[in-house]
Write a protein that binds this ligand. Sequence first.
Ligand code: MLT
Length: 334
Amino acid sequence: YKNNNAIALSLTAALLVGSSSGFAATTWKIAGGDSEGSSQHAFGLKFVEQLEANTDSEFSGQLFMSSQLGSEQDTVVEAGLGTLDFSILAINNVTPFSPTVGVFTLPYVIQSLEEAELLTQGEVGAELVENTVNDAGVRIVGWAYTGFRVLTNSKQPIETLEDLQQVIVRVPKNEIMIDTYKAWGGNPTPMAWSETFTALQQGVVDGQDNPYVTVDAMKFDTVQKYVTNIRYIFSIEPLIMSESVYQAQTPEIQQAIIAAGKVATKHSAEFLTANEARIKQQLIEKGMVINDPANGEKEWIEKATTAVWPKHYDSIGGKDKLNRILRLLGRDEV
Ligand code: MLT
């Protein structure tokens, strides 16, 4: 009887593991800085779906959106320590822990979704995966794409750099972005993403920048009125995994994770293409007023590239590295 009982028990366990109805043997925690409906959320849902499909539901993930598990920068530390499994966050919040990823935040380098895909999914992306493993103990296993970060504020339309001086802008705790606003003559106030909505609501700061999709998902239209269509950073938002958790998996499961990340990456590009224009229109209907920067953004581009690029050559891994990227993008070298 003992043996029969043991067999019955292990059969039940096998059935539970094999079921796709939420009985995964392992459910990983996945943090997300943005709210539901964001590009991070769309990416996360697809990743979990694929992870379950690739592992016969032995592994799943639970999404904790809206910075429930801490600020985006805190989640990098947690994942590095192995106390958090995954996090989906903007690349600018990885930079303080692995400076070479800053190359994706250098103003006016990436100028389209296609360029973002080319760089993240090619040789440059592979190098950055290696660097973040070594520097921060986290592995990038997928990339979400969220579009250009546009400038929003509650006070007035902004078209020129003179206009910009009239507002206080929250920026991420990211040296490249802080330096960019300084080069523009602006008033950057570094602050965690998780504190930004409240700071805007209470008027501690007047504005911030993030993509249309994020502005909408985070309901910033309820606390912001004006938008300036700057295109200084195309927002790339990787899924990072704790390297110690990754290394504890079998090669098959590691493969399943990477494959799920690839599908979610492709899905993210499709999500952006399908939704960005509609979301922008929706924000106009909700009362947001959108302006283009004066002069085709010329002054904004000149000030940012001449002051910020040279200052950050070293942190991003050298001027040669930037030139390699510019060549890949078919642009003039510096
Ligand atoms: C930030 O502004 O800190 C991030 O880009 C926010 C985000 O992850 O959407």
